[in-house]
Design a protein around this ligand. Structure first.
Ligand SMILES: Cc1cc2nc3c(=O)[nH]c(=O)nc-3n(C[C@H](O)[C@H](O)[C@H](O)COP(=O)(O)OP(=O)(O)OC[C@H]3O[C@@H](n4cnc5c(N)ncnc54)[C@H](O)[C@@H]3O)c2cc1C
Length: 520
């Protein structure tokens, strides 16, 4: 469906929607997929692009959360481990097992973390991703040749999941569409509509491309706007006290050689008593993250210089080649939409569990949680919202719902593996047109076919949509992304029927965004 067809369907919709979901991140899209797959009539509106907020800026782990185990939150870990298993089952083209090593430099670490990881295995039960075990120093170095060797006394091996967050989100958007929902990006909700009794019964949104405003009605409105949730809650009640304690997390991206191999490192206790990861991802090494309380939320949060220093310093304690700013290919920051609990001074200690809140006027807000548990969050949210709206009771079906692109052995598709079952159609697109299959930049292997695909089938509207979220170039290598921008704009312009001026504007806008991904 084109954007215009989608807008026409919204305009021509008869009567109120069962659900309107505000926010196109993991939480909102998850809720839309859940509700649509139960057979409800669903509209989702996203102010910018799907995943522009936090959901494209995670550490890319599908995990139970070893840290929450350290905090003693066993129910949260068990729930997340269960969801980790379901996600690999339902999206095997994007979720894979990843081996981690906790390197040991002190005598007590092997028994301590060895037991901890054994408990982690046991909590996963039949959803386990592989058994943990204690490794000798030689075994650790065979897996992670670039680990700091001085004082190394072996390590503990365990297994978790890894994914591509924005690719999964786009496939969830397509799952929602496959199930009959309408999902629209570049459609900010600007007001809530209320009936005569003051009850929320719809929203007004703006088509960010044309500027046209429209009011749409619904039996229930779900606020799934993550770190922006309080802004939408204040559209309902100007005096609503804030519930979000936003915290920023930063990652730096280094060339692959800094880690070497395909095993990740988990640092269980940094100077500020947190965990940190160095992870192999798309042929690079991602290192992070930080946890810095912030007062202002934005769609393009910027890494603080001291956050970058902290990551570099921590990495240098564990990796034999010491990285500095000149090695950093990209820096990306995301905002955790943590739910306030009393003193929000230390956000690392705040609960990662989700909260569902229903206002007096009937606005349902869902916040908190994490990517790994998005499905369970959606199930809880739709159960509450459907009951509130008096909709027919219909059971959740997402436990066994295959996500768009589902394919059990996608790596066979090489460069198009992340597209899963869609890889065949992409290959069809390039057949007889080798120019579409050629990489556009040696350091960032994006193909013109992917740009076409993103515009035709994945609702990409801007160069940023393509380079940041349909492909991952911006997060992996900001300078390569800037080099690629003109070629991407040209391919998009041909497909969208845009002129040269649009291309220049797009490239300029993209460069302004990409500058923020260079280390300060
Ligand atoms: C640094 C970091 C690392 C993380 N790592 C992991 C990890 O490895 N594994 C894991 O499981 N979880 C991880 N998480 C947590 C996970 O990423 C988040 O819990 C999740 O992405 C939150 O999704 P969301 O949909 O609630 O928020 P968002 O993704 O921010 O989505 C909210 C959306 O609402 C939209 N919106 C706001 N206002 C409006 C409006 N008025 N109209 C329309 N739309 C609006 C925004 O544009 C945004 O796209 C991490 C989080 C951070 C910050």
């Amino acid at each position: 469906m084109t954007r215009q067809q989608t807008l026409d369907r919204i305009r021509d919709h008869r009567g109120p929607w069962d659900f309107i979901v505000i926010g196109g991140g993991a939480t909102g899209v998850g809720a839309a997929v859940d509700a649509a797959s139960r057979g409800y009539d669903v509209l989702l509106l996203e102010q910018h692009d799907f995943g522009k907020g936090t959901s494209s800026r995670s550490t890319k782990l599908v995990h139970g959360g070893v840290r929450y185990l350290q905090q003693g939150n066993v129910p949260l870990v068990m729930e997340a481990l269960h969801e980790r298993g379901l996600l690999r089952q339902n999206a095997p083209h994007l979720v894979r097992e990843l081996a981690f090593v906790v390197p040991n430099y002190l005598w007590w670490e092997a028994p301590f973390y060895g037991i901890g990881m054994r408990v982690y295995d046991l909590l996963a039960g039949r959803h386990g991703f592989g058994h943990s075990r204690v490794l000798t120093t030689e075994e650790v170095l065979a897996r992670i040749p670039m680990l700091e060797q001085e004082g190394l006394r072996g390590g503990v091996l365990y297994h978790d999941g890894q994914f591509d967050d924005s690719r999964l989100l786009i496939d969830l958007v397509r799952t929602g569409v496959d199930k009959g929902a309408i999902l629209l990006n570049y459609a900010p909700v600007v007001r809530l509509a209320k009936d005569g009794a003051g009850y929320v019964n719809g929203v007004s949104f703006r088509d960010a491309e044309s500027g046209a405003e429209q009011t749409v009605l619904a039996k229930v409105v779900v606020n799934a706007t993550g770190a922006f949730a309080d802004g939408v809650r204040r559209m309902d009640d100007e005096a609503a006290p804030p519930i979000i304690a936003a915290s920023q997390g930063v990652h730096i991206v280094l060339p692959k050689r800094f880690l070497g191999g395909e095993t990740a490192v988990m640092v269980p206790r940094t100077r500020d008593a947190r965990v940190m990861f160095a992870i192999p991802w798309h042929d690079h090494t991602v290192v992070g993250t930080t946890d810095t309380p912030i007062s202002d939320v934005s769609l393009e949060p910027r890494a603080l210089s001291e956050e970058i220093d902290f990551i570099l310093e921590t990495a240098s304690g564990y990796l034999s080649e010491h990285a500095d700013r000149s090695h950093i290919l990209s820096v990306f920051a995301g905002i955790r939409p943590l739910v306030k609990a009393g003193d929000a001074g230390n956000t690392a200690a705040l609960s990662r569990e989700h909260t569902i809140q229903i206002s007096k006027a009937g606005l349902v807000t869902i916040a908190g949680g994490k990517w790994t548990t998005y499905r369970k969050m959606a199930e809880d949210c739709v159960n509450h919202a459907a009951m509130l709206a008096g909709l027919d009771e219909r059971p959740c079906v997402t436990r066994d719902l295959q996500i768009h692109g589902y394919h059990p052995s996608a790596p066979q598709y090489g460069a198009y593996a992340d597209y899963g079952a869609d890889a065949l159609a992409l290959r069809g697109l390039v057949e007889g047109r080798p120019e579409l299959d050629a990489v556009l930049d040696a350091e960032a292997p994006v193909r013109a076919a992917q740009v076409f695909w993103a515009v035709r089938h994945e609702m990409a509207r801007t160069v940023d949509d393509v380079l940041a979220r349909r492909t991952r170039v911006l997060s992996l290598n900001a300078k390569a992304a800037m080099r690629l921008a003109p070629a991407v704009a040209a391919v998009m312009a041909a497909e969208l029927g845009r002129d040269e001026r649009w291309q220049h504007e797009q490239v300029a806008e993209f460069n302004t965004i990409a500058e923020r991904y260079l280390p300060s």
